[in-house]
Design a protein around this ligand. Structure first.
Ligand SMILES: Nc1nc2c(c(=O)[nH]1)N[C@H]1C(S)=C(S)[C@@H](COP(=O)(O)O)O[C@H]1N2
Ligand SMILES: [Mo]
Length: 541
């Protein structure tokens, strides 16, 4: 009931966070790294529903315990409710956007309402409730009477004699009301990804950005800023075979990974990006208009999650629009020559407190690290970091790709960002990998020509060769490569296999632009990314 009411308030007024989500988010944050990693590896995406289910069950158990306590030790029960309120308020204040007055009021009000309903139910249940129990104790002989007598007294005192049926109706009604409140609250708040307090759609990326958003860029770049766009990918960069993933992943299919149960919804008019820390001579606070008025560019970059299993789908290729990270840093008075021990690490901080860090020098080594605000000719979707995120070619997302970015801070190497605190490797270069897409594991094929194809990637090093084995790695055949769209993106390949009847294990391996072939050694994603060859078993008839 209390959760339902809090959800209802959240639905009407988003600056009161969903208390349920806040608690779940706090559990995620407080889960020790090794356990979190274990859960990710065993449950994967099912982790979220499991967490929600556990939290709901736990909440019901705690409520039941408190109701029981209220019959025996009313003061203890009251203290328990107080602790709950404290925990809920603390969790709520850890959410990105919080009204400091209405949030505690909501928590206390919702808990009071929930406790009141519980007391009514207890009274209706025929069990002596707190009030009924106290006078009975005062009479000095509570134990002398049978529970039935006590319960009858409670009835007459409360003036509410309920049968079992009415009790069930009442408690069922309360449960239904609570759930309905959750539903209405969720609906009012808008589904995942829906934007309520922000204003996406108001920034048309097909026109030079910056204009409608207003705001002059720092450093006088306003009118003359260049907005470099890319031509459509050449046809030669794609291989047209069934099952081949599109060269540029459609936005709605782009893989999704983050620790946020609900994506922060940012009002772009109140958003800013601060740039500060060690060696930042000219600390910045950029508005959305400031940022988009700087010289912008499009860049094709393949993003991968370190948790991607060999052959897995936690990788996508996007066409990003943004400002060069090096331009933003130079605007802030940072130059590559001045980077020292104190400013060795660049930390991106999200509005939700999530952090990622990498070597500052990577912003200046020629790769097109972007402060990105567009994906595939649209603005960034809420789930992918609206309004602004970082995209750094060649690095796994967990060390670099901060979504809902609000701060860039230069600091020393001692600072450990979110997943580093949780036992993942400090540096996260994307490992050279390849995947068979056009043939599925366990597939039955008919003898003859079979195109074995897919994608290979070594972002920022590029791919120079892909080989396919059709005999479990005994012999290897060089595959035909599509043109490399960019050294920061994946590259398509295909090998035309003359399939003979029988069982076969297909394997693929890639060699990067520096001549290094991916390792055959099989390792799990933790702590620095999975390695080994993707293998697919087929039977040919
Ligand atoms: N704020 C925030 N940014 C984040 C994350 C996160 O949990 N919170 N996850 C990172 C990880 S682990 C990856 S792999 C990428 C995924 O980006 P995508 O969801 O847009 O594909 O975002 C990164 N940025
Ligand atoms: Mo990730």
């Amino acid at each position: 009931m209390a959760f339902g009411l809090a959800e209802l308030v959240h639905g009407v007024y988003q600056l009161v966070p969903s208390v349920f989500v806040a608690l779940a988010q706090a559990i995620i944050r407080l889960t020790p790294g090794s356990l979190a990693t274990q859960i990710i590896e065993t449950l994967g995406k099912a982790g979220v529903p499991v967490l929600v289910g556990c939290l709901a069950a736990g909440a019901l158990a705690v409520a039941g315990l408190l109701a029981y306590l209220s019959l025996r030790k009313p003061l203890l029960a009251l203290a328990g409710v107080g602790v709950l309120a404290g925990v809920a308020v603390a969790a709520a204040f850890n959410q990105p956007f919080v009204d400091p007055v209405f949030t505690p009021l909501t928590v206390v009000g919702a808990l009071a309402a929930g406790a009141t309903v519980t007391r009514l139910l207890l009274r209706a249940s025929g069990l002596p409730d707190v009030e009924a129990g106290v006078p009975a104790a005062d009479s000095g002989s509570p134990d002398a009477r049978s529970p039935v007598v006590r319960s009858k007294e409670a009835h007459s005192e409360g003036g509410m004699a309920f049968g079992r049926r009415s009790f069930l109706l009442l408690s069922g009604g309360a449960a239904a009301a609570g759930l309905a409140a959750v539903g209405v609250g969720r609906a009012l708040a808008g589904g995942e990804g829906a934007e309520v307090s922000g204003t996406p759609g108001s920034h048309d990326l097909s026109r030079p950005p910056g204009g409608p958003a207003g705001g002059a860029a720092g450093g006088g770049t306003t009118q003359t800023a260049r907005h470099d766009t890319l031509p459509p990918p050449p046809a030669t960069a794609s291989i047209d075979v069934e099952g081949m993933p599109p060269l540029i992943t459609p936005t709605e299919d782009f893989y999704l990974i983050d620790t946020a149960l609900t994506s922060p919804r940012i009002n772009v008019d109140r958003w800013s990006l601060t740039v500060g820390g060690a060696g930042v001579d000219n600390p910045l606070e950029l508005s959305y208009g400031d940022l988009t008025s700087m010289p912008t560019r499009e860049s094709d970059v393949t993003l991968s999650c370190v948790s991607n299993e060999v052959g897995g789908g936690l990788i996508s290729n996007g066409r990003w629009t943004g400002v060069l990270l090096s331009d933003v840093l130079e605007e802030a008075g940072v130059s590559p020559e001045k980077i020292d021990r104190a400013s060795e690490q660049l930390v991106g901080r999200s509005v939700d407190g999530w952090t990622a860090g990498f070597r500052t020098e990577l912003a200046f080594d020629g790769r097109e690290a972007l402060v990105a605000f567009g994906l595939n000719d649209g603005e960034l979707p809420v789930k992918h970091g609206y309004p602004v995120r970082l995209v750094v070619p060649g690095l796994y997302g967990y060390v670099s790709a901060t979504k809902w970015l609000t701060e860039i801070e230069l600091t020393n190497w001692d600072f450990d960002a979110y997943w580093i605190q949780r036992t993942w490797a400090k540096e996260g270069p994307i490992k050279t990998q390849s995947r068979i897409d056009t043939v599925g594991d366990g597939e039955r094929l008919s003898a003859g020509s079979v195109p074995v194809g897919g994608v290979a990637w070594a972002p920022h090093r590029g791919i120079s060769m892909v080989e396919v084995s059709t005999d479990d790695g005994e012999t290897w055949n060089e595959a035909r490569l599509a043109d490399q769209l960019d050294e920061d993106t994946w590259r398509q390949y295909v090998y035309e296999w003359d399939a003979r009847p029988g069982d076969h294990t297909l394997k693929v391996r890639a060699t990067d632009g520096e001549g290094q072939t991916q390792t055959s050694r099989q390792t799990p994603p933790h702590p620095s990314g999975a390695t080994g060859y993707h293998a697919v078993k087929v039977s040919v008839t």
